[in-house]
Write a protein that binds this ligand. Structure first.
Ligand code: PLP
Length: 396
């Protein structure tokens, strides 16, 4: 079935499930888990990931935008879905209410829009207030939170269910505690005025790991479910999280080239010895060799970036670009093409056209039109492709 594709993404839903169990094992029973499945569940495919989490008993999800939530509703997800981002027009507000989404209010203007929309629809809507405590993104000030509570609590269709904030710099204890105490102050102030919002949350994955006292009664977890450790940026053995994602393709050509041959545009690479050269059907259009590059934070950061590039230039494993074929790693050579790339193999490597190759395409950059294969346990874990796959969800 998948032989029709020359590239595809494998998502192992059993790994998603085991990552969920690891998160739950660190969570007190009374604390709710809000599973964050924004950005297509961090590139894993939001409908399939949400479905498997839902089957495991997760009943509360969150995404950034309205279209992401609607996609999950269209896929049949019945659970609570919260929107993190503001809704800025009445039509969107109404669509969110009609689809039973949990709405974040981040400004007094949104509160007025919500009142109008709720009045028109006469339908119950659940609301969480988003408080700004130091991230510098969006959210209510303490004064605004009080004003919004007053204006929304008059409307019997609006249920003020929760209040939350988002932390900027979890590894910095002092700053995080400061944000936390600002958040607590807002809550106390509202409570003094008679408003109590039952669901309180401020922990993302990093805060969840570092500060158990900040779990309050709900946590918002995305990164850990994707198998990544937010603090190390990589896989963490003591938590035994795993990555459910693999980007795969089939080798489309293997040819032997003599020593001194140039590879690719601009002849940026010259073979140092006679080698085999494999062509893989993945290029920069697929996100290969693209990195997320924020401007350097300071000169040390700038130096670190340059050192990494230099190590890549020296072909130091872990810094250079490598792909995995039949269990071995091989370096990508020359400039990556738009839709292809070249891989150098030693002469003795037993690799031929049609062989499977695993490619380090960042999951959040992979194109949505690459088919996703969702793997579930229960099948003989053979290498035979068809046997391994219990179902395929093609999107788009
Ligand atoms: C993305 C996001 C999260 C989840 O963060 P992770 O570090 O991926 O767990 C939680 N809350 C908000 C508001 C977010 O935008």
């Amino acid at each position: 079935m998948a032989s029709n594709y020359n590239k595809w993404i494998e998502i192992d839903l059993d790994i998603v499930r085991s990552n969920l169990q690891i998160v739950r094992s660190k969570l007190a029973e009374e604390v709710r888990l809000i599973a964050v499945v924004k950005a297509d569940a961090y590139g894993h495919g939001a409908p399939a990931v949400a479905q498997v989490l839902y089957q495991e008993g997760v009943d509360f999800f969150a995404v950034s935008y309205l279209d992401e939530a609607l996609r999950l509703r269209q896929a049949g997800l019945k659970a609570s879905i919260m929107l993190f981002c503001p809704l800025i027009c009445r039509e969107d507000m109404m669509e969110a209410i009609e689809n039973n989404l949990v709405i974040s209010i981040t400004s007094p203007e949104e509160a007025s829009l919500l009142r109008e929309a709720a009045a028109r629809l006469n339908k119950m809507v659940r609301v969480h207030l988003k408080v700004e405590t130091g991230l510098g993104r969006f959210g209510l000030t303490a004064e605004e939170a009080l004003e919004v509570c007053r204006s929304l609590s008059e409307n019997s269709c609006i249920y003020l269910e929760g209040i939350y904030t988002h932390m900027a710099h979890a590894v910095n204890r002092k700053y995080t505690e400061k944000q936390f105490s600002r958040f607590q102050q807002v809550i106390r102030r509202l409570e003094k005025e008679g408003f109590s919002l039952p669901v309180k949350h401020c922990a993302n994955s990093a805060v969840f790991l570092l500060y158990p006292h900040m779990h309050l009664n709900a946590v918002r977890i995305g990164t850990l479910l994707s198998g990544q450790h937010p603090l190390l940026g990589d896989f963490n053995s003591h938590l035994s999280l795993k990555d459910p994602y693999k980007f795969k393709a089939r080798v489309i050509s293997v040819r032997t080239k003599e020593k001194g041959s140039y590879l690719g545009y601009f002849r940026t690479y010259r073979l140092k010895k006679e080698s085999k050269v494999a062509v893989i059907p993945v290029g920069f259009v697929d996100g290969l060799a693209l990195e997320i590059a924020n401007p350097p934070l300071n000169w040390i950061d700038f130096l670190k970036m340059q050192i990494k590039r230099f190590l890549a230039y020296l072909d130091v494993p872990g810094f250079n670009l490598q792909v995995k074929i039949n269990g071995s790693l091989y370096p990508v050579r020359g400039k990556v093409f738009m839709q292809m790339a070249l891989v150098e193999l030693p002469l003795e490597a037993d690799v031929k056209a049609g062989d499977e190759v695993e490619i380090p395409v960042r999951k959040t950059l992979a194109r949505p039109d690459v088919p996703r294969l969702y793997i579930r346990e229960g099948e003989a874990g053979k290498l035979d492709f068809a046997n391994k796959v219990t179902y395929l969800v093609e999107e788009g």
